[in-house]
Design a protein around this ligand. Structure first.
Ligand SMILES: NC(=O)c1ccc[n+]([C@@H]2O[C@H](COP(=O)([O-])OP(=O)(O)OC[C@H]3O[C@@H](n4cnc5c(N)ncnc54)[C@H](O)[C@@H]3O)[C@@H](O)[C@H]2O)c1
Length: 335
């Protein structure tokens, strides 16, 4: 299949491109590099020894999207492109709504025009808000608590409504939990700009000495040890989940949680990282961040039943692979 991957230069995107290319698909990436580097596409070429087409475009630019659809016979679209920081979305709601919702609207519009009827969308566990765990796909309405989550819920509704009036339109809405880890080659991984928003890159930067210590936001949640519990999933398992969704895509709208179904607290993740890698992580407990929830983990039965997909890597493998990549980052940059 010819697959257009928007946001394909980003963290989850590059890992998914690797898996798609290894499965024999032709991959066309559209990314404006606002949170990634063009070199990550070279790393995908290096890992797979396959060609990948890259367009440096903004997916809120309809004309630029048109050009790609005229140039290639696209069979399926995977729409990763988006801004993803919850805290930033509270400060910059217009940017988030514009980027994340308008990109989905325009991409869907261009897909319909060119009769591209297979659409995979990157949604998020954030759409479940502060609901009771484990989160199940049937929850409705979605109790989002911040602009980022709302952009995902709105995009889901847009795609659902389009599928209702276009019976041949097939949509998979994938609600990711917390991807961490990296490809085993150590060539690609999560490399955010500035101070990391997510826990694992924060831990790896502390391990490396780039940051002095880890700030643990709150130890008074109603959880196993008081720190926040999340469902961490290896990014390669997540990438495989996209292939399973593509392979099983049928008409209509299908929603899947992509997680492990296991909750891990911040302190448990620190301990696992220390054990897996033999590196100490100094940390300090500080106040909760506004809006953070106690627990988030998935009910994963539907993905297992309908896609035949389950996450395979354990938390130690995730820690080991994340650390391997972090240790490589400077070398990769000078190459
Ligand atoms: N990483 C997570 O924890 C997580 C969890 C749930 C959902 N998601 C969603 O998965 C998707 C991918 O996340 P990621 O972690 O790989 O993020 P990322 O920031 O690494 O990748 C997103 C990519 O999209 C690109 N992009 C953003 N806006 C664009 C635009 N208007 N035009 C073209 N390219 C644009 C960025 O340059 C980046 O390469 C996002 O939609 C995110 O909201 C991520």
């Amino acid at each position: 299949m010819n697959i257009l991957v928007t946001g394909g230069a980003g963290y989850i995107g590059v890992h998914t491109c690797v898996v798609l290319l290894e499965k024999g698909h032709t991959v066309i990436v559209a990314d404006n590099l606002c949170n990634s580097k063009a070199d990550s596409i070279n790393k995908v070429r290096q890992i797979t020894r396959k060609e990948i087409t890259f367009y440096n475009i903004d997916v809120t630019d309809e004309q630029a999207l048109e050009t790609i659809f005229l140039q290639h016979k696209i069979d399926s679209v995977i729409h990763f492109a988006g801004l993803k920081a919850v805290g930033e979305s509270v400060k910059l709601p217009l940017d988030y709504y514009f980027n994340n919702v308008v990109s989905t609207l325009l991409l869907a519009k261009v897909c319909l025009k060119h009769q591209v009827n297979r659409f995979i969308f990157s949604s998020s566990a954030t759409v479940y808000g502060n609901n009771t765990v484990p989160f199940v796909e049937t929850l409705d309405p979605l109790p989002t608590t911040n602009p980022y989550g709302e952009t995902k819920a709105m995009s889901e509704r847009v795609l659902t409504d389009i599928a209702r009036t276009n019976p041949s339109f097939s949509v998979s809405l994938l609600r990711y939990f917390n991807p961490i880890g990296a490809h085993q080659s150590g060539l690609i991984g999560e490399d955010p700009n500035g101070i990391p928003n997510n826990l694992m890159p924060y831990i790896t930067q502390v391990a490396k000495g780039k940051l002095e210590k880890l700030m643990v936001f709150g130890n008074d949640f109603f959880t196993v040890d008081g720190t926040g519990v999340r469902d961490y999933i290896h990014v390669m398992d997540l990438a495989e989940g996209h292939v399973a969704a593509l392979d099983n895509l049928t008409e209509g709208v299908h929603i899947y949680n992509l997680g492990t179904g296991q909750g891990t607290s911040v302190l448990q993740l620190i301990e696992a990282f220390e054990e897996a890698n033999g590196v100490g992580i100094p940390y300090e407990i500080v106040d909760r961040r506004p809006g953070d929830i106690a627990s988030s983990y998935a009910n994963v039965l539907k993905a297992k039943r309908e896609l035949g997909w389950i996450a395979k890597h354990n938390i130690k493998a995730m820690c080991r692979d994340a650390w391997r990549f972090e240790k490589n980052i400077e070398q990769l940059r000078v190459r």
